[in-house]
Write a protein that binds this ligand. Structure first.
Ligand code: NAG
Ligand code: NAG
Ligand code: NAG
Ligand code: NAG
Ligand code: NAG
Length: 474
C-alpha cells in the first residue's frame, strides 16, 4: 500500500478541480454563483446538459436486470453461504447474491474460480447491514443508475448515477466495478466504497474519499463490526469501537519533514534481487520526497501477485492474501498477518496477538499470544472464555480498586495516555467517571489511561506498568 504524502503547505491547495463543465452544472446554485455568474457559463451548461441528457442512454445490450431467484451455486465460498452467481463475470471476479442467514442476501463480488477448487472470497459488497430477500433485483437501467432493490421494489442501494452520461458497466481485471461515460472516465467505481477489503490499486484517502475499512460483525451476521482500519494525516491506525486505538504506524520521517499522508493505496512493486524477480506487496508511504520512503511491507512473493487483497478481519487483525490464477487446489496464500504468533528469523515477534482487543475475551490476561489467566480481586485464576469483571456500579462507596502489576491495556502501546499526572489524579478521574472500569498507570513516566472496556490485558513483565480495576465491595 503506497501512501502519498504532501507538505502541509501543499495541503492548502484545493485538490478538487472543476475542469469538467457538465459536472459543475450539477452543483448547487450557491456554489455555481461562486464559480461564475456569467451568462456564457450558464449557456455552456445548458448546451452541455441537453447534450448529455439526449445522450444519457445506456445502449440496450449494456443494460441488465437480474432477479435473485433460482438454483444455488455448489462450490465453496467464504462464510459458507448459499449463493446465486449472476452473469457479470471477469475472471476471477463474479457478481453473486449470497446469504449466511436465510433470506438475507448481500449483493457481492466474489474472487476465485471453480477451477481453483479453493474457497472463493468476497472482496466487495453493495449492501452490508441492509440485506435483501428472494426476488430482489439488480438492475442497470437505461438512465445509467445501478440499483439494488428488494422484492417489493424498495431501493436498498444505488450508485446515484442517473443521467450522468453512463454508457457502460464493467468489472475490470483488478476487480474494480465501474460505470463509464463515453469518454471512458469512471462516473462511479466500486473502489470508492470498500467495506473490509482493499484490492490492489484500491485507495483510502485522508480527505475526499473512503478513509477506512470496517470489519464484519461475524461469519453469519454481515453488519459493521467493532474494528476499523483508518488512514489519518500522520499514521495508519486500527481502532476498536472508533476511539480505542490498538495499533498504529509510526513514521518518524513524517514529523521530521512535516509531511502528511494524502492517500494510501495497496500496491505491488517489482524489485530485482540477483536472478529472481520479487514482487513486494506494501502498504506505506511514497514518492513526495526522495528522502522519505516509509511503507508497511506486507511481504514478498516470487510470482505476480496483482490479484491480492488486504482484509480487516472479524477479529480485528489485518491480513493480506494473494491469489494465483490458473493453478489447481492451492490458489490462495496468506502472505501477511499483522498480529501473529509466529516469529521472524531474528526470533522477534512482529506484533503480538495479545494486542488484539478481544484475543482473551472480556477480561483476560495475555502473554506471548496466549491467554494465560483470569485476573480477580483474589489473584489470577486459570483463563477461560468467560473471564469477566463484575459491574462496579456508579456509587463511589460501592466499589474499590484492586491492583495488577506488570500489565498493560490494549490501548497503551499505541497511545500516549494523559500525563504526566499523579496516580491519585488518574484514580480520581476514573472514580468520578461511572463508565470507567479501571485505570492503567505507568509509574516511570507518570502516564494515565482510563479504560471503558478492559478486554485483553497484556502481561509486560515490567513493574512500572500498573492496573487498577474497579470491583464492587460486597
Ligand atoms: C494519491 O495522492 C497523490 C498526491 O495527491 C495523487 O497524485 C494520486 O493520484 C492519488 N492517488 C489516488 C489513487 O487518488
Ligand atoms: C454492446 O454493443 C456494442 C456495439 O455493438 C459492443 O461494442 C459492446 O461490446 C456490446 N456490449 C456488450 C456488453 O455486449
Ligand atoms: C419470486 O417471484 C416468483 C415470480 O416471478 C414467484 O413465483 C415466487 O413465489 C417468488 N418467490 C418468493 C420467495 O416470493
Ligand atoms: C501482473 O498481472 C496483471 C494482471 O493480470 C498484469 O496487468 C500485470 O501486467 C502483471 N505484471 C507483471 C509484472 O507481470
Ligand atoms: C520497563 O519500562 C521502562 C520504561 O518504559 C523501560 O525502559 C524498560 O525497558 C522496561 N522493562 C522491561 C523489562 O520491559
Amino acid at each position: 500500500m503506497i501512501v502519498f504524502l504532501s507538505n502541509v503547505a501543499r495541503n492548502t491547495v484545493v485538490y478538487k478541480t472543476l475542469s469538467i463543465i457538465p459536472n459543475t452544472c450539477n452543483l448547487p446554485v450557491a456554489s455555481m454563483a461562486v464559480l461564475s455568474s456569467s451568462l456564457s457559463f450558464i449557456f455552456i451548461c445548458f448546451i452541455f446538459r441537453s447534450f448529455y441528457i439526449s445522450n444519457a442512454i445506456v445502449p440496450v445490450n449494456e443494460t441488465f436486470h437480474y432477479v435473485n431467484q433460482g438454483d444455488f451455486g455448489i462450490y465453496d465460498s467464504e462464510y459458507a453461504p448459499t449463493y446465486r452467481p449472476l452473469p457479470p463475470f471477469t475472471s476471477p471476479f463474479q457478481f453473486c447474491f449470497y446469504n449466511t442467514t436465510p433470506n438475507a442476501y448481500t449483493l457481492a463480488l466474489r474472487m476465485g474460480t471453480r477451477r481453483d477448487q479453493t474457497l472463493m472470497r468476497w472482496v466487495w459488497e453493495a449492501n452490508r447491514g441492509k440485506p435483501v430477500r428472494e426476488n430482489a433485483t439488480f438492475t442497470l437501467g437505461s438512465d445509467g443508475n445501478l440499483i439494488l432493490a428488494d422484492a417489493d421494489g424498495r431501493i436498498v442501494w444505488q450508485t446515484n448515477t442517473a443521467n450522468k452520461g453512463v454508457v457502460g458497466f464493467a468489472i475490470l481485471s483488478n476487480g474494480n466495478v465501474v460505470l463509464r461515460n463515453s469518454a471512458g472516465n469512471f462516473v462511479w467505481q466500486s473502489f470508492d466504497s470498500p467495506t473490509d477489503t482493499l484490492l490492489v490499486g484500491q485507495t483510502l484517502r485522508v480527505r475526499g474519499g473512503p478513509t477506512k475499512l470496517v470489519s464484519r460483525e461475524s461469519i453469519t451476521n454481515n453488519v459493521n463490526g467493532a474494528y476499523s482500519f483508518v488512514v489519518e494525516p500522520k499514521r495508519l491506525a486500527l481502532y476498536y469501537k472508533n476511539n480505542m486505538r490498538y495499533w498504529s504506524t509510526s513514521f518518524t520521517d513524517l514529523d521530521k519533514d512535516n509531511l502528511n499522508i494524502v492517500n494510501a493505496t495497496l500496491d505491488i512493486a517489482e524489485t530485482e534481487y540477483e536472478e529472481n524477480n520479487f514482487h513486494i506487496v506494501r502498504c506505506g508511504l511514497d514518492k513526495f520526497s526522495s528522502t522519505v520512503f516509509p511503507y508497511l511491507n506486507l511481504g514478498t512473493v516470487l510470482y505476480n501477485s496483482s490479484l491480492s487483497y488486504l482484509r480487516l478481519g472479524i477479529d480485528g487483525n489485518l491480513r493480506l492474501y494473494t491469489y494465483r490464477a490458473n493453478v489447481r487446489g492451492n490458489a490462495w496464500t496468506l502472505l501477511y498477518t499483522l498480529f501473529d504468533r509466529r516469529m521472524n528469523e531474528n526470533g522477534k515477534i512482529f506484533e503480538d496477538e495479545c494486542q488484539l482487543p478481544n484475543r482473551c475475551g472480556k477480561f483476560g490476561l495475555c502473554e506471548d499470544s496466549q491467554c494465560v489467566g483470569c485476573p480477580t480481586p483474589n489473584g489470577v485464576f486459570a483463563w477461560s472464555k468467560d473471564c469477566d469483571t463484575k459491574s462496579p456500579g456508579c456509587k463511589t462507596s460501592g466499589f474499590r480498586y484492586y491492583e495488577l502489576k506488570g500489565v498493560d491495556h490494549f490501548t497503551v502501546k499505541h497511545t500516549t495516555g494523559d500525563g504526566p499526572v499523579k496516580k491519585s489524579d488518574c484514580e480520581s478521574k476514573c472514580t468520578k467517571d461511572c463508565k470507567c472500569m479501571g485505570y492503567f498507570y505507568h509509574t516511570d513516566k507518570s502516564r494515565c489511561w482510563i479504560a471503558y472496556e478492559l478486554k485483553t490485558l497484556t502481561r509486560v513483565g515490567n513493574s512500572t506498568s500498573l492496573a487498577y480495576i474497579k470491583t464492587p465491595v460486597s
